[in-house]
Design a protein around this ligand. Structure first.
Ligand SMILES: *Cc1c(COP(=O)(O)O)cnc(C)c1O
Length: 432
């Protein structure tokens, strides 16, 4: 579902005009649609209904309290990668007992915090970490529920920076070593409970094939571990990709229909239909950890053209947001459709670069793109910015972080205030 489209000549999010949001809250501002967030969660949850399952939203995609709270109210679990994310889940009314904790570098303090809050599972990424968990749990007089993360050595065929399931990636324990690790833990580590098996092969996958390959390879192992050690769940991770190109329904009337060639080859229904047959007979609870799929197309970043600069080689539209607010283009060649908030009245296009104010050549949102003609003062929206947008934002160049708002029908709610200049220096001090 997609809740951004033109209405009466202006881009709307659900029932709210984005021009009015810019007027009220300024720019740059992240705008999220509550309906889209809810729809994505609900559709995935329903598609997985044939098996016992839990959807654990990957908090790192978008960790605003209002986003977490919206999903918590729908019954979502959460995949966290730090104590900070667990803190957010608890503050937002999420249930720690529905949280799984991933990441290759958990500290003792983080493990302790997770165990204090009785999380569902710690997903273990190395044998050294497992030893530490055993020790921390023992010191606390607890038994830690764990799942080892298997690295299935499957090529996710996504950008190399977001591929995680190959042997050369830092994530998980090699497939060839995983059974020995379970055996060793069962024999030697009394303070861990072998609770599940986990994998996650990468992000922004647009084909179902790598998922099928990974599930086919790992499901027999999960069955064996269930029989030998009584594990209860198999987490197949996240990674389902979204459509980043031509995402406005009015531009692509068939965007919604899952079978359109312009839509992602990987829709919720197709994903579920492909993996369910491999999982149905395991008798294990299936965990899913989607981040981008839930939040990506639920958000847009609204920014304003400050200056137009025509040079010998190029025309630059310089906007008031940059890589500090949305780093995906600079970090891994991420694409965001850019649309004017005022609906273009002609088909006229201009070849432009849309660049930010930051002192880095890599600070661009798009290069050599044919976009509708823009002028100083025009508002534009970078679509599909709901995941890995604000969560990756930084104060580089001492620029305050943007505001975040969530639209719910005809209402718009401020869910994070724009930072002030004072916020920029909070916590800093001079030498005595
Ligand atoms: C990042 C991550 C996810 C979410 O990935 P998406 O591509 O946003 O679905 C899920 N599980 C783990 C372990 C992750 O690191």
């Amino acid at each position: 579902m997609h809740s951004f489209d033109y209405e009466n000549g202006s881009l709307h999010c659900e029932g709210v005009d984005i021009a009015s949001i810019a007027k009220q809250f300024g720019t740059p501002t992240y705008v999220y649609s509550k309906a889209t967030l809810s729809d994505h969660y609900t559709r995935l949850d329903q598609a997985m209904a044939p098996v016992d399952h839990m959807v654990c939203y990957a908090v790192k995609a978008n960790s605003n309290l209002a986003v977490i709270n919206t999903l918590a109210k729908l019954g979502s679990g959460f995949d966290i990668v730090s104590a900070g994310e667990l803190f957010r889940v608890i503050k937002a009314g999420g249930d720690p007992r529905r949280c799984t904790f991933a990441g290759v570098g958990k500290t003792v303090d983080e493990l302790r915090y997770a165990l204090e809050n009785d999380i569902y599972s710690i997903n273990v990424e190395s044998l050294a970490e497992l030893e530490t968990i055993n020790q921390v749990a023992g010191d606390m007089g607890k038994v830690a529920p764990v799942a080892l993360r298997v690295n299935p050595n499957v090529d996710a065929k996504t950008h190399k920076y977001i591929s995680t399931g190959k042997s050369e990636n830092k994530f998980g324990i090699d497939f060839s070593r995983i059974e020995a690790a379970y055996a060793d833990a069962a024999e030697r580590l009394p303070n861990v409970k072998l609770h599940g098996l986990q994998m996650h092969i990468g992000s922004q996958l647009t084909s179902v094939d790598p998922f099928i390959e990974a599930v086919k390879k790992v499901a027999p192992l999960a069955a064996k571990l269930k029989e030998t050690y009584g594990i209860e769940f198999f987490s197949i991770g996240g990674g389902v990709g979204i459509v980043y190109h031509e995402t406005l329904p009015s531009g692509h009337p068939d965007w919604w229909t899952n079978d359109s060639p312009s839509a992602s080859p990987l829709t919720i229904d197709r994903y579920a239909a492909a993996i369910l047959p491999e999982l149905k007979n395991l008798g294990l609870r299936i965990l899913l950890e989607p981040g981008r799929l839930i939040a990506g197309n639920a958000g847009a970043l609204v920014t304003k053209v400050l200056y137009t600069k025509k040079g010998d080689a190029k025309t630059f539209q310089i906007v008031d947001s940059g890589m500090g607010d949305l780093i995906r283009p600079a970090l891994y060649e991420g694409h965001h459709d850019i649309v004017p908030v005022a609906e273009p009245t002609t088909d006229e296009k201009e070849t432009i670069d849309v660049v930010g104010p930051i002192c880095e050549t890599g600070d661009f949102f798009v290069q050599n793109a044919d976009l509708p003609k823009l002028e100083q003062g025009n508002l534009i929206a970078l679509l599909s910015a709901g995941a890995y947008g604000f969560t990756m934002a930084s104060n580089y160049n001492s620029r305050p972080l943007p505001a975040e708002v969530m639209v719910d029908g005809e209402q718009v709610h401020l869910i994070r205030k724009r930072q002030t200049l004072d916020d920029l220096i909070a916590g800093e001090s001079l030498l005595p």
